[in-house]
Design a protein around this ligand. Structure first.
Ligand code: ZN
Ligand code: ZN
Ligand code: ZN
Length: 101
């Protein structure tokens, strides 16, 4: 289940709604999948906590709803349904992912 503001069936939200903006991100504190960190911060009582990338599946494909590891996500294409992800999301990776472990 993907949370967010005005999200459609593929997880696009009010903030990011291009054709390939369909990856949802998991918050390291509440462990819910959100369409983007802005949706999270508006709906939650805490700011988005970057998710560890080691042995986790911090991304959910908005099209097929399968959860992906960070390395799967790095291909910018879903290995299950072949949907393409927006590679510009890489600009926000320090918000979404914690690489320290
Ligand atoms: Zn949270
Ligand atoms: Zn959003
Ligand atoms: Zn998929």
């Amino acid at each position: 289940m993907i949370k967010g503001i005005k999200i459609d069936s593929c997880g696009r939200c009010q903030h990011y709604h291009n054709e390939n903006d369909i990856a949802a991100l998991q918050c390291g504190q509440c462990l819910q999948y959100y369409a983007c960190y802005k949706c999270h911060d508006q709906l939650c009582d805490h700011t988005f906590v970057a998710m560890k990338t080691h042995k986790t599946k911090p991304i959910m494909c908005g099209q097929c709803k399968n959860c992906l590891t960070y390395s799967q996500y790095q291909q910018y294409q879903c290995p299950y349904c072949q949907a393409n992800f927006n590679s510009r999301c890489g600009l926000h990776k320090n918000i979404y992912f914690n690489f320290e472990c």
